[in-house]
Design a protein around this ligand. Structure first.
Ligand code: SAH
Length: 352
């Protein structure tokens, strides 16, 4: 059987150094490969024009540059663009390009799994079959491919596409560090956000490793007795433990944590829930809350009206003592907004 080639993408510098050593290529070439792939976004070995023909031949014999394959692309009237990629035959994911109106911030929302290990009742990704974790190169290639298509570079990366990042911890953190490394993508740690539905073990590991990245918890329900009805993750990782680890995060790392809170009428809104949320905000203290009005209408719930959102937000702002942000949801018309990534092109398709 033919030996599998070394995949150059998604590797740390040390791994590329070991590879070079193993095929008898000088160590300094590893750094050139590393910066070529990530900093210059080269997509084939032929772009390394300073390499001799012999060197290129030797590397090509032993290594490859795979790419995820673009499927569909949808463009929203607000400038958001959603891409479907096939990462391996039969395994599709989605990635979203989200520029602000002034183009000052250009965010790429990336996926970490094919489908998701979790099954949040309000999220369309949960409807898909889970087909596995992405490798680090498949996580990074979403950025490389999207930037190539739009002809621009991202200023911010959010791990908020399909999947639960804490259930693919190793590859997610590896990709995040390559994004952060100044010799690679060179993005500041505060420009990289990792989000979890509340996998306590992963958050603990993140704290122990003193990871520098922004961190968000999708809280979504403030009641320990009912959170499990909309988030199955709460069965294994109950709210009390989640809040304890969130407090530990802010204390040990001395940093702010973000809570995401999807607003679902009759489920997690109303005075009682708002009061519970206020209590949580005050007990964690170093936090901010992003409220996101429910985006999808392929669940049994409706989207809250602007008045309902306004009332909930004003109440929190008056009582919680922490910043409350009402998150805009770009890309709703192309099913590209939070919770809408379900490999569907149009709303009609979703209903079929
Ligand atoms: N699994 C991780 C990463 C996905 S992030 C996590 O849950 O954090 C996706 C974000 O979109 C989460 O904050 C989630 O709560 C939110 N979301 C999911 N479904 C949504 C919906 N229908 N409307 C608005 N936001 C939604």
């Amino acid at each position: 059987m033919k030996e599998e080639k070394f995949i150059l993408k998604g590797k740390r510098l040390e791994e590329i150094q070991d590879f070079c050593k193993s095929i008898g290529v000088e160590a300094f070439r590893a750094k050139q490969l590393y910066t070529g792939i990530y900093k210059n976004r080269y997509t084939s070995i032929s772009q390394f024009t300073t390499f001799s023909k012999e060197l290129i031949a030797k590397i090509s014999e032993n290594a490859e540059f795979p790419e995820i394959q673009l499927g569909r692309q949808l463009i929203s009237k607000d400038g958001t663009r959603k891409f479907t990629f096939e990462v391996e035959p039969g395994k599709e994911i989605e990635t979203v390009w989200i520029p602000t109106a002034d183009e000052e911030r250009k965010t790429i929302c990336i996926s970490s799994q094919v489908g998701c290990t979790l099954n949040c009742a309000f999220c369309a990704t949960g409807l898909l079959e889970y087909k596995g974790n992405l490798h680090a190169w498949q996580i990074l290639d979403q950025i490389i491919q999207v930037e190539k298509i739009v002809g621009d570079r991202a200023t911010n990366i959010v791990f908020m596409g399909m999947g639960e990042p804490m259930h693919n911890y190793f590859s997610v953190m590896k990709a995040a560090h390559i994004l952060h490394d100044k010799d690679a993508f060179g993005l500041g740690a505060k420009r990289i956000t990792i989000s979890t539905a509340g996998v306590v073990t992963g958050i603990t590991r993140f704290i122990e490793n003193k990871e520098p990245f922004n961190f968000a918890i999708s809280l979504n329900h403030p009641n320990p007795n009912t959170r499990h009805t909309i988030m199955d993750v709460n069965v294994k990782h109950p709210l009390e433990k989640l809040l304890a680890v969130a407090r530990k995060f802010t204390q040990d790392l001395d940093r702010m944590i973000t809570f995401e809170y999807v607003l679902i009428p009759d489920v997690n809104m109303g005075r009682e829930n708002a009061d519970r949320l206020v209590k949580i905000a005050r007990s964690v203290n170093k936090c901010k809350i992003n409220v996101i009005p429910l985006n999808t209408d392929f669940t049994q719930w409706r989207r809250p009206t602007e008045d309902e959102v306004g009332e909930f937000v004003s109440y929190l702002r008056a009582k919680a003592g922490v910043p409350i942000l009402n998150r805009q949801s770009p890309g709703r018309d192309i099913n590209g907004a939070c919770g809408m990534l379900a490999l569907k092109g149009t709303r009609k398709e979703v209903e079929v």
